[in-house]
Design a protein around this ligand. Structure first.
Ligand SMILES: Nc1ncnc2c1ncn2[C@@H]1O[C@H](COP(=O)(O)OP(=O)(O)OP(=O)(O)O)[C@@H](O)[C@H]1O
Ligand SMILES: [Mg+2]
Length: 231
């Protein structure tokens, strides 16, 4: 469903992505692996349209979206949760959610109820300021905000980074459910191999600006882990 081919990107003179090829299996969770600074965030931002491509093609349902704005991509089903949970700290949880909840009342109520069912803690905290939530709760709020738009493809940038272990488990279970129960296609940048192994159906490894290895998660070899992921 999503096929990115020969993605090139540069910041000024330095090329970060040098011909990334990536195909996502529909309804599956693919983990984007790679050491610090290899360009995982850059690739997700390029896919969402938040950074311009230098060269390359992003095919979604057979259409090339590479030149479309992030807003257009969102309308076509792309959802994005940035690294570092960028919620509004001074708005309440409810206000943070309202930003992306549907405008029509019945749909809005249905979506809100569904999100609060996924994240009971957000319902409990609905009137608290976003900035008062724990890191993990803020991450859940950021994910809820993206889900409010009903994405078919969800780009998650290290959602378990700096998150307490019990909430990591909740996020793992949620992402599995989103793919299995709702058929959402997920691309998750992930540094923690233990999380990737549990959450991912498939993996792709970035190294020196290219996707150098990919496959079913079960087939991720120790040799590739040592070669591309070990510190
Ligand atoms: N705005 C920018 N201008 C110049 N260089 C940048 C910019 N943003 C990122 N970079 C560089 O691009 C490279 C890739 O960064 P990116 O954030 O995409 O990596 P990452 O794999 O997401 O890293 P991390 O694991 O730390 O999240 C890094 O060398 C980084 O320093
Ligand atoms: Mg990153």
């Amino acid at each position: 469903m999503l096929r990115a081919s020969q993605i090139w990107q540069r910041y000024g003179e330095s090329a970060i992505l040098r011909g990334v090829d990536l195909t996502l299996a529909p309804g599956k969770v693919t983990c984007l692996l790679g050491r610090n600074g290899v360009g995982k965030t850059t690739l997700l931002r390029c896919l969402m349209g938040l950074l311009p491509l230098w060269k390359g093609e992003i095919l979604w349902k057979g259409k090339n979206l590479a030149r479309l704005s992030p807003e257009k991509r969102a309308r076509m089903g792309f959802g994005y949760v940035p690294q570092g949970r960028q919620i509004f700290p001074l708005l309440t949880v409810e206000e943070n959610l309202k930003i992306t909840l549907p405008a029509r009342k019945t749909e809005r109520e249905r979506t809100r109820a569904e999100l609060y069912a996924y994240f009971p803690v957000l319902k409990e905290m609905a009137r608290r300021q976003g900035g008062d939530l724990s890191g993990g709760q803020q991450q859940q709020l950021a994910i809820a905000r993206a889900l409010a738009l009903g994405p078919e493809l969800l780009l998650l940038d290290e959602p378990t980074e700096g998150v307490q272990p019990n909430i990591v488990e909740e996020i793992v279970a949620l992402v599995r459910d989103l793919s299995r129960l709702k058929g959402i296609t997920v691309l998750q940048a992930e540094q923690k191999l233990s999380v990737a192994r549990r959450i991912g159906d498939a993996y792709a490894i970035l190294e020196r600006g290219a996707a150098v290895a990919r496959g079913e998660m079960d087939a991720l070899s120790d040799a590739d882990v040592d070669r591309y992921l070990a510190a």
